[in-house]
Write a protein that binds this ligand. Sequence first.
Ligand SMILES: Nc1ncnc2c1ncn2[C@@H]1O[C@H](COP(=O)(O)OP(=O)(O)OP(=O)(O)O)[C@@H](O)[C@H]1O
Length: 232
Amino acid sequence: MFIEIKDLSKSYQVGLTKIDALKKLSIDFEKGKMYVILGPSGSGKTTLLNILGGIDKPDEGKVIVDGEDITNYNDRELTNYRRRKLGFIFQFYNLVNSLTVLENVLSTKYLSENGLDPKEVLEVVGMWEHRDKFPFELSGGEQQRVAIARAVVKNPSIILCDEPTGALDFENAKRVLKLLEDINKRYGTTIIIATHNTAIAKMSHKIIRLRSGELVEYQDNPSPALAEEVVW
Ligand SMILES: Nc1ncnc2c1ncn2[C@@H]1O[C@H](COP(=O)(O)OP(=O)(O)OP(=O)(O)O)[C@@H](O)[C@H]1O
């Protein structure tokens, strides 16, 4: 198995209250598949992505990626893991405002030893023509396409997306979904998307439903819809 999480628990102490964000969660992720994690607000989706991404540590449990338990990594090993293996896509683009589109993409390409050609990746997301623009000169949809290019150019084996279409209108959201679908097919990237939008699950290979930090459903989707067929 490419990624295994085993008995993952994480709680937060807020004043006198202990909040159990994840409760002994165990899930396997296969390489090259697209996963959608659904669940209401507070069900633990972001906590799970943060732990998978080495941004947050669990209180208990293991996260095994490619045979290595990343919960044993020290800070330096975690930084290397994030640089080499991961791309992140968030709701609000996370671009560097003082850099052009091309510079934004180059800045992450150099974090990886086997990065892709920035021109190719910017062409895939339809932003090569805009390479000399700054983020403030772009629409939200265009900024998210650059954010995708930044994540993809490192040629990561895993892309983690937290509400990647949350700030976008329908047309731009569809475009972003189409790009994620293309990237999954073209580069064999394992893509894990946390979202409230149940329609997005139709295009994924596997659907995970969380409630109150627990797995309530794990569903195979043998014939995923094309991104262009997804409507909401
Ligand atoms: N840093 C933190 N400090 C305290 N509580 C936290 C923290 N991060 C998350 N929580 C709590 O843990 C629980 C799970 O939160 P999480 O953000 O993982 O849920 P989510 O499913 O991603 O929610 P949303 O869909 O609203 O983003 C919630 O009750 C949340 O309030």
